[in-house]
Design a protein. Structure first.
Length: 275
């Protein structure tokens, strides 16, 4: 095998990957550029275009969507929440809703407001909220019973976007191709409630790279990598969906607290006062 790698970040133009005989593929990009490669590895995320070249299995909506937002200069714009964060991160749960937030090095706060929804009404009303007052009104309508302490997030956000959560089937499987494969969310997107998405993506890359260096052919390496990945992700995906159900259950706060206490460190942490 020839060793070496080239990172490609451009967008594929449709499903434009062509076999060039033994051991090579041809990729055509939306810019018109063409790339030839011995191996093509798709790592283009949850809405991967590359995935269609590997398998017809599509990720499915899990019934939860997130509103992702960024509050800049948070110490000045959302001071009460800034103090509550204390330079760290937090998550609040209740009523089949969540709000998670964390500080960034530039002093901004990234937050995710999660809603359990199957219809389009929450999304449509969010997309129609084109100003701070409308965004706060959306929060009040969709987070009924929640404290007004969270309203500045929606009032001060510089950007907000609707993100439906997707998951690949835990038992997904496809026949390996000799020189095309997937890693990360392109291979096995799942909700964030086990905290393992980035870990699994890095492990994918590590396992695949080691096998490419140790196996006789790229086809052998890809087949071995995908077999390991499928087995590993079967359990991880199942655990993630259990956690997703828990975070949006009517008794979510009790169950999540019990989960963290089961890790054995909670006894040393005094309970926080309610917001």
């Amino acid at each position: 095998m020839r060793h070496g790698a080239h990172w490609v970040t451009r967008r594929l133009s449709g499903n434009k990957l062509t076999k060039l005989g033994v051991g090579q593929v041809l990729l055509r990009f939306a810019s018109g550029q063409i790339a030839r490669a011995d191996i093509a590895v798709g790592s283009d995320g949850a809405n991967s275009r590359f995935r269609e070249l590997v398998t017809p299995i599509r990720p499915e909506y899990v019934g939860v969507s997130l509103v992702e937002g960024l509050a800049p200069a948070a110490k000045q714009t959302i001071p009460e929440l800034w103090d509550l964060l204390g330079g760290a991160a937090l998550i609040a749960l209740g009523g089949e809703r969540t709000i998670g937030m964390g500080t960034k090095p530039d002093g901004s706060v990234l937050f995710y407001a999660g809603v359990k929804t199957r219809g389009d009404s929450a999304r449509r009303s969010f997309e129609g909220a084109d100003g701070p007052d409308q965004r706060v009104a959306w929060f009040r309508a969709n987070f009924q019973g929640w404290s007004e302490i969270w309203e500045p997030l929606f009032r001060e956000a510089a950007s907000m976007i609707w993100r439906p959560l997707l998951a690949c089937p835990a038992d997904q499987h496809w026949k390996p191709k000799p020189n095309v494969t997937l890693i990360g969310d392109a291979a096995h997107v799942m909700p964030p409630y086990a905290g393992e998405g980035v870990n699994m993506a890095m492990l994918d890359a590590l396992v695949l790279s080691r096998l490419l260096l140790s196996q006789d052919t790229s086809a052998d390496a890809i087949a071995a990598y995908e077999a390991e990945m499928f087995a590993r992700m079967r359990h991880m995906a199942a655990d993630t969906m259990v956690n997703t159900e828990m975070f949006y259950a009517p008794d979510a706060s009790d169950r999540v607290v019990a989960l963290f206490r089961s890790f054995g460190a909670a006894e040393a942490v005094p309970p926080a006062a309610e917001a």
